[in-house]
Structure formats: C-alpha cells, structure tokens
Design a protein around this ligand. Structure first.
Ligand SMILES: C[S@@+](CC[C@H](N)C(=O)[O-])C[C@H]1O[C@@H](n2cnc3c(N)ncnc32)[C@H](O)[C@@H]1O
Length: 312
C-alpha cells in the first residue's frame, strides 16, 4: 500500500509490520535510502523504467508547452529550409530513452536527431531522401564524433534512401522515434518573404523535385495517407511500449487552415495510441502585419510535438 503526500513518500508494508520512510522526494540523495524501523538502511530506489532523469528534470519536461528559441544555425545547414535544433531533440531523446538505446529518424534532413544521439549517448539511425542533406549530415556527424567523449561509444547510421523502403535497411528494434515530415507542399508556395530572401542568397527554398519526396505531393489527403503509411512502417520497427514524437504544424494555405497535426493524430490513431502534445513556442521571431486593419491572420510561432506510443 502506498501513500503520497505533497513532499513525502511513505511506503507502508502491511506484511512486514514495519513502516518504511522515503524522505523528501526533492532530495535525490535521501530518496535512495529507505530507513526501516530497525535502523538498517536498505537500498530500494524506485526503478526509473523510462529514462535516466532525476525527478525534478522529469517534472520540468511534463509541462505541456515550452519555449525553445533555436541557437544560431551552423552555415552548412542553412541550405536546408526546415532544420530543427539539436538541443530540442536532445531533450526529447533524454526523456523518452536511456543511454545506449536505439533512436530512429526516418526523415533525417541534415541530421539533427543523429547529432542529438551522439551528444546524449544513444545509437542513432537516420533515413533521408535528399543526397545533398545526407552529405551535410555526414560532415556534421564526423565533426561531432571528433568532439565526443572517447569513452562514449555510440553507433550512428545514416541511409540515403526513401523512407517507404525502410524495411530493406536491416534496422534493429527501435526504442524511440523522433522526426518531422515536410509540412505538406508548403515550401513550394511562392510569395513568402523568407522564401524570396533565401532564393536571393542561393539557399534551397524547397527540398527537391524528386517525386518520392513527400513535400511534392500536392493533394492534401494523399499527402496524409502517404505519411501515415511511412509511420506504419516505423511502428513495425518499434519495440512494444516505445514512443514516437512527430514535430509538425497546422498549415495555412490560401486563407484556410489545413489541420495537419490533428489529421495526423487521427490517422495514426488506427495503430498508435496518441498520448498528448507538447507545444513548442518560439518568442524571438519578428511579427509580420498579415491582414492588418482588415482580417484575422495569426503569426504562427508554435509547433506541435505529438507523442504517440506503441501499445498493443
Ligand atoms: C522537416 S525536414 C526534416 C528536418 C530534420 N529534422 C532536420 O532537422 O534537419 C523533412 C525531410 O524529409 C525528407 N523527405 C521527404 N520525403 C522523404 C522520403 N520519402 N524519404 C526520406 N526522406 C524524405 C526531406 O528531404 C526533408 O529533409
């Protein structure tokens, strides 16, 4: 029988007729020790089945929204139009896995997930269709590995492949998947000021012209179906009870919202359990006067980090 109060955890074992006390949960050093009535300490630390975090680190991650302003990008990765900060990915990996576990990103871009794996001591497997991004990622991985603690050995593999064929790659069972898809064909929408600036600087405005690239599917329903198909293949690679996080936005096109995050949540719920979302907010972006003095058009500075679990 267990009894929780706000600050203290007391375990009471009716069979042994001895009350056991675990002192203040906030105090990590004391938490490991149960003092029995007979005065002998017994090590019965509660086992953390999910990760290597302390209780306070765990609690911090449980807030349903967070601010994360990406640090300035390395010049090499500027070419990719939608790269995510490794710092953010690392926080997720460290919550959903323990050291030495296997992580997958089936649309790895310039390899943020794999870099985060090296930094956190996890094995990383990535797939990316675009050869140019694979080359950038391999360079970054080589650099990061040089800086790695020599006692920390991790396995990193990046495949220049179509995620639809993931089953051909001999990837081992995966403990956690974190990934982000193209946001439909949004990068192909002309006219946005950032797109214009990128073009003028010789940077990619969209990923590729490859018909296998999901960012080239213009039919919204077909895009959702294709994405769901790839995540179904990922599902088969995940161990039971493993989590998957998808970072995505709802998409605004020609004055209408396409609820990509919610449609994905619904589509994947046929096999995954949708647990919840964490909302990633940025507060360092300049506001644009869309619709000023005329109509409501938001500046969208948040992404959904959708957390799914494989539960049979
Ligand atoms: C949002 S980006 C991922 C960015 C990545 N998280 C990063 O931080 O660099 C989506 C990626 O999916 C890739 N992609 C699109 N279709 C794909 C497919 N069929 N197989 C593998 N990768 C694909 C694109 O080339 C693009 O790099």
């Amino acid at each position: 029988m267990f009894y929780y109060s706000q600050q203290y955890f007391v375990a009471f074992c009716p069979f042994e007729r001895r009350a056991k006390f675990i002192t203040n949960l906030k105090d990590e050093s004391k938490r490991a020790i149960i003092t029995e009535m007979d005065g002998k300490p017994r090590n019965s630390q509660r086992i953390n089945k999910l990760n290597d975090l302390s209780s306070s680190e765990w609690l911090k991650f449980q807030k349903s929204w967070f601010l994360h302003n990406p640090p300035p990008r390395n010049k090499k990765v500027l070419t990719h139009p939608a790269k995510f900060p490794e710092t953010l990915i690392q926080e997720f990996i460290e919550f959903f896995t323990k050291k030495g576990m296997n992580i997958l990103d089936p649309m790895a871009g310039t390899g943020s997930t794999l870099i985060a794996c090296i930094r956190s001591g996890r094995n990383g497997y990535g797939i990316e269709l675009n050869k140019k991004y694979v080359e950038v990622a391999r360079d970054l991985i080589a650099q990061e590995t040089l800086q790695m603690n020599m006692f920390q050995r991790v396995k990193i593999e990046l495949f220049n492949y179509d995620a639809n064929n993931i089953k051909e790659l001999n990837i081992p069972p995966i403990d956690y998947c974190i990934t982000s898809p193209p946001y439909w064909d949004m990068l192909k929408m002309k006219g946005a000021k950032t797109q214009k600036n990128r073009k003028e600087s010789g940077l990619d405005v969209f990923y590729s012209d490859d018909p296998r690239d999901l960012g080239n599917i213009s039919d919204y329903n077909l895009f959702i179906e294709s994405l769901v198909h790839i995540y179904r293949l990922v599902y088969d690679l995940l161990r039971d009870k493993a989590y998957m996080t998808i970072i995505v936005k709802n998409v605004k096109k020609r004055g209408r919202i396409y609820p990509l995050a919610w449609d994905l949540g619904q589509g994947l719920s046929k096999f995954f359990t949708l647990k919840d979302e964490r909302i990633w907010c940025q507060d360092n972006q300049r506001l644009a006067p869309y619709g000023l003095l005329n109509a409501w058009v938001s500046n969208t500075f948040h992404h959904y980090c959708l957390n799914f679990r494989k539960e049979l």
